[in-house]
Design a protein around this ligand. Structure first.
Ligand SMILES: [Zn+2]
Length: 264
């Protein structure tokens, strides 16, 4: 890590961007394989159309997509635009984390959290679920990282407050509406977020994601893009709220407390 800070700033940014791009590339592998219960370690990536293994020179994040103009070298099938988007978004997230936190544990933890949020968002949008294979290790990681960030007590309280709030909401919704509104994946996801950020900030995440989800839902209804029975995946909103809290949660909670108590 010290080697990184010894470099001139433009070089630091370049190194971090390449780090982020390679995390994004791995995120793409996870997004494709985890819902299919396939190993993310082997075999090598293949074209999903012609099944040809992708050569190393064609597997450079972002750049290969641009050089190949979005087409497989062998069969010319279109490479889904999701691949470069996931790589670019992950790289920008990792760079933002570096700019905000510098070389620190908070940045190191974010190098796991940021790509994980991208993976969960993409899988939830595509498959309308969050697989246990990513979210159960996420809870364990949340407790370990949260113990460092907010202390073990706040971390475990956050897990219970986050998971408990969603469990209760889902139970009440089911009793009233007679159908499942919130999936088990969302409940485990918010429990992991609570473990990572502690109970105060998990409440902030719930508030922000519910607000954003409602706004998008209302706009969708108004523009007739969805109807009242539509299932909007909630994972992306939770991921967005988690990002805001990870970057600025302490400040937002502080400002809120100051406002409510009048500074006392
Ligand atoms: Zn192909």
């Amino acid at each position: 890590m010290d080697i990184l800070t010894a470099l001139p700033l433009p070089l630091q940014v370049t190194v971090v961007l390449f780090l982020g791009l390679s995390f994004g590339s791995f995120a793409n592998v996870c997004i494709h394989r985890l819902p299919r219960n396939e190993s993310v370690m082997s075999p090598r990536s293949r074209c999903t159309t012609c099944n040809t293994p992708i050569a190393v020179r064609d597997n450079i994040p972002l750049f290969s997509y641009l050089l190949l103009k979005g087409k497989c070298r062998q069969c010319a099938a279109a490479i889904p635009v999701r691949y470069p988007v996931v790589e670019a978004v992950t790289a920008l997230l990792v760079l933002s984390g570096f700019i905000k936190f510098g070389v620190s544990w908070k940045f190191a933890i974010f190098c796991v959290v940021g790509p994980a949020l991208v993976i969960i968002t993409a899988i939830d949008i595509k498959h309308k679920r969050i697989p246990d294979i990513i979210i159960l290790p996420g809870i364990v990681f949340g407790l370990a990282a949260g113990s460092y960030l907010v202390g073990l007590k706040d971390s475990s309280t956050g897990l219970l407050v986050g998971g408990g709030t969603f469990l209760l909401t889902s139970e009440v919704y089911y009793r009233i509406r007679g159908r499942v509104g919130m999936g088990g994946g969302d409940i485990k996801f918010i429990a992991a977020v609570g473990a990572l950020l502690g109970w105060q900030q998990v409440l902030l995440v719930i508030f922000l994601s519910a607000l954003a989800g409602s706004l998008v839902g209302l706009v969708g209804l108004a523009t007739k893009k969805i109807n009242v029975m539509s299932q909007i995946p909630f994972g992306p909103f939770l991921a967005g709220g988690t990002l805001v809290a990870y970057f600025s949660g302490e400040r937002i909670v502080y400002l809120y407390v100051m406002t409510v108590t009048g500074g006392y």
